[in-house]
Design a protein around this ligand. Structure first.
Ligand code: DPX
Ligand code: MG
Length: 569
């Protein structure tokens, strides 16, 4: 094993910083602009290189790794690589994940000599990639001289860690091996910004006062709660118990408040909510929104946007009706508020009166044709405290959101960016960091076709991920929003395809299920396959989709179709 260098280069500097912030795997696709850099990263004993099939998948694998690890790195070549990796970088931005996108770039002499170069636009201005990266990262830097690398690398990484957003670092091909100083203390990059004490106390007092003047408070949890880190999830449980009120959770935050907690009242997703969460959210006279994200999708085409003034506790500030406090960290705010707030369980009392009875789920007989409901019933039985469930854009969102998470089970969804195909590379990246977890992916046929190659990395790394592929022969969610012949796709033999990825030494299994009994057998086989991924192709009727998807689709379609508003009208 190589050891840390005595003489540092730009590449060594970057490698050491990545290792120091807790990155153990870096995702790469090689190209001649980044090869020396890849050698330097490889030489660091604390980093493991993970090659991906293409840069889109590479960036999405890093996105998934950041979900598991808190931060990740994706290393690509100039333009032909980076422009594809921008997609996963966009996801990391929308989903609040610090992904460090690193791109090799042309030799520093080429721009001034007006050379035309391969992999570029065929003009002699090579700044375009940096300019593009600025729009989709919180900090984009291009190293132009080796002595500037430490300052620029540290600045980009620190910004990403603080903002929970991606950053971009561009390193010319002739600078990765150029000498530079060794890294200084890592605390200069990683030390968090703590709350301003006065602002924190004022925010907590203001919130307690506001809440004490209300009769029906509800907490609504959003996806930025987990992204905030700093113990925010645990602090929220303490706050909820101090308040005693109902706690509803947005779909993208499923699992961020324990579903077995007695104050959990379901997933608030407007008319497609679970457990009637919407009836209690819309009854509230104060809504404490913790890291929430209100989008057209999460508000069901704006039909479920709460119409009372909102109290918003964000990752680094809080805003109430009539007040705003900057530099207040979410975890600290929730902990502080838990000590000052008054107990008021009126919304829990009401919720317990109106909550629906548990739905009785019918168990299919083995010979019954497979249905969406039966797939959900069987997946539900698989979930345990070690499970992480990935749900892909499509009906898998709705089917997944309705499952009950046992304590310890985790849930991953990419609802803000919504890139079909995300779940395969993201689950792969996540699994490398959490090989101990039981990873299940619910994915549709259309989504699978986008990034199917990354199953081959699951094979390469012997990861026993279970992929439940729901084959409804097309883009069903799009059918519900707006139908057309473009929503039909070419059918594949998915089970055979994943076995093709085995080459001569892999352990992937591909199985098909057309009946309830076949699915049961396939799940058993998947559990026995501990040395590689198992894909179960579940064939269901084209029209077998959730009531929730249809309802949601109608409202989203209506929101999409609003005519342009004329100025002044
Ligand atoms: C598209 C979507 O088969 O799932 O359950 O059949 O809908 P369902 P599939 O995986 O199909 C997905 C399909 C085409 N969305 O219905 S959700 C538009 C879209 C997107 N991302 C990208 N391109 C297009 N979400 C990268
Ligand atoms: Mg489909």
């Amino acid at each position: 094993m190589s050891s840390l260098p005595t003489k540092y280069t730009v590449g060594d500097y970057l490698a050491e910083r990545l290792a120091q912030i807790g990155i153990r795997h870096h995702f790469v696709v090689p190209g001649d602009y980044n090869l020396v850099l890849l050698d330097k990263l490889q030489a660091n004993p604390n980093l493991t290189e993970v090659g991906c099939a293409n840069e889109l998948n590479c960036s999405l694998a890093a996105e998934g790794y950041a979900r598991a690890n808190g931060v990740s790195a994706c290393v690509v070549t100039f333009s032909v690589g980076a422009l594809s990796a921008f997609n996963g970088t966009g996801s990391a931005y929308a989903e609040n994940l610090p992904l460090i996108l690193i791109s090799g770039s042309p030799n520093t002499n080429d721009a001034s000599q007006f050379h035309l170069l391969h992999h570029t636009l065929g003009t002699t201005d090579y700044s375009y990639q940096l300019e593009m990266a600025k729009k989709i990262t919180c900090c984009a830097v291009a190293v132009a001289r080796a002595h500037e690398a430490p300052r620029l690398i540290d600045r980009a990484i620190r910004h990403a860690l603080l903002a929970r957003k991606p950053c971009y670092i561009e390193i010319p091909t002739n600078l990765s091996g150029a000498e530079c100083v060794r890294p200084g203390p890592i605390s200069a990059v990683t030390d968090p910004v703590t709350s301003d004490k006065a602002a924190l106390a004022a925010a907590a007092n203001c919130a307690s006062e506001y809440l004490s003047g209300k009769l029906k408070p509800v907490i609504l949890v959003g996806p930025k709660l987990r992204r905030a880190g700093d113990g925010a999830e645990q602090a929220l449980i303490k706050l909820a118990e101090a308040m005693g009120c109902a706690v509803a959770v947005q779909p993208a935050a499923k699992g961020m408040f324990p579903e077995d907690h007695k104050q959990f009242v379901g997933i608030f997703w407007g008319t497609v909510s679970t457990d009637a969460a919407d009836s209690i959210v819309h009854w509230a006279d104060a809504l404490l929104c913790v890291g929430t994200a209100f989008t057209d999708y999460s508000t069901v085409g704006w039909t479920a946007m709460p119409d009372i003034p909102l109290m918003a506790a964000e990752m680094d500030h809080v805003t109430f009706p009539g007040a705003h406090f900057s530099r207040v960290r979410l975890g600290e705010f929730l902990s502080h508020l838990a000590t000052t707030v008054k107990f008021n369980n009126s919304t829990m009392i009401e919720y317990n009166r109106l909550k629906p009875d548990p739905v009785l789920v019918r168990t299919a007989t083995p010979s019954d044709e497979l249905t969406r409901k039966e797939i959900s019933r069987q997946i539900q039985a698989l979930l345990d405290s070690k499970t992480t469930l990935f749900v892909e854009t499509g009906d898998s969102w709705f089917n997944g959101v309705q499952l009950k998470l046992p304590p310890g089970a985790l849930f991953e969804i990419e609802m803000a960016w919504g890139h079909i195909g995300w779940s395969i590379p993201a689950a792969f990246g996540y699994a490398l960091r959490h090989p101990d977890r039981k990873i299940i992916v619910m994915v549709g046929d259309g989504s699978f076709q986008v990034t199917a190659q990354e199953v081959s990395q699951m094979v390469r790394f012997n990861l026993p991920i279970t992929i439940v592929l729901i084959n409804n022969r097309g883009y069903t969610i799009e059918v519900e929003i707006h139908d057309g012949s473009y929503n039909k796709i070419k059918n594949w033999n998915y089970a055979l395809l994943v076995q093709a990825f085995n080459g001569e030494d892999g352990n992937a299994k591909g199985l098909t299920a057309k009946t309830a009994g076949e699915l049961q057998d396939a799940i058993k086989a998947a559990e026995e396959n501990t040395k590689g991924p198992t894909l179960i192709e579940c064939s269901i009727d084209q029209d077998d989709c959730s009531r929730e998807l249809i309802t949601w689709g109608h409202f989203v379609a209506a929101a999409n179709a609003r005519p342009p508003r004329l100025p002044g009208v």
